[in-house]
Design a binder for this molecule. Sequence first.
Ligand code: NAD
Ligand code: ZN
Length: 260
Amino acid sequence: MTIDQAGDLTGADDAAAVQRLKQMIEASASVVVFTGAGISTESGIPDFRGPNGLWTRNQPIDFRDFSASSETRRESWRRKFRTEDTFAAAKPNQGHLAIAELVRRGKAGTVITQNIDGLHQASGIAEGRIIELHGSTHHAACLDCGQRHELAPIRRAFLADETLPLCEGCGGMVKTATISFGQAMPEREVARAEAASMACDLFLAIGSSLVVYPAAGLPLLAKQNGARLVILNRTATELDLHGDLVIHGEIGPILEAAVS
Ligand code: NAD
Ligand code: ZN
């Protein structure tokens, strides 16, 4: 289903939407792709707010609670290691591969993601072109000095007797390198994402409900600076009224067809 700029149903089918998206990509000199959890559900990773969403089943742990309570830190690591196999088994799907193809062609220079799953890297996009606004679940970091910590030794010690990891460098608390609610956004990544959003002429927002700020502000920043905005998501988003093209559909098949 496609909705035009005024928010009216056009009655156009998916094929027409794909055609329009294809034309917009072809006409663009510089695309920024922004992705949320929806792009990875076809890879077997549930999104957060859907019926099978991780948060529908478990209340997210707030950063202050993580910092304040060793029992909450244990619960956070239990959840991490419960879901680790799902993340480890996930492979990029046709949506990730279509985006990688846009990068390979030089159409898209930057991929901004809210995801923590590393699947854009796994699709072959160079690390330097990917901005992870919410960090990565594939390693951990010291909350005091920022030192990177690998997960394998943390996992061994935690699964043995729930030992909580501490930084060898400074003794600080170690946490998965993801951004929790209540935790400051990474300044460098946010600045890079804002700069890329302001410089593009086409912003593709894919698989995000666009409710989490400041990430959800990036599509508007792009629009204010003259870019056209495409929103591709199964369900309505907070920003649909601002879209030059809004497609409510399945990400993988639509993106693959638009990039083919
Ligand atoms: P969200 O769960 O709020 O929204 C995802 C959206 O994707 C939903 O609106 C849903 O309708 C849509 N969707 C799901 N599967 C789809 C498909 N196959 N085709 C089309 N649309 C589909 O996710 P969000 O906006 O990214 O925010 C949640 C936060 O949770 C993010 O900030 C992210 O850090 C984190 N998260 C990450 C992952 C991951 O790394 N894969 C998974 C879950 C949550
Ligand atoms: Zn440290």
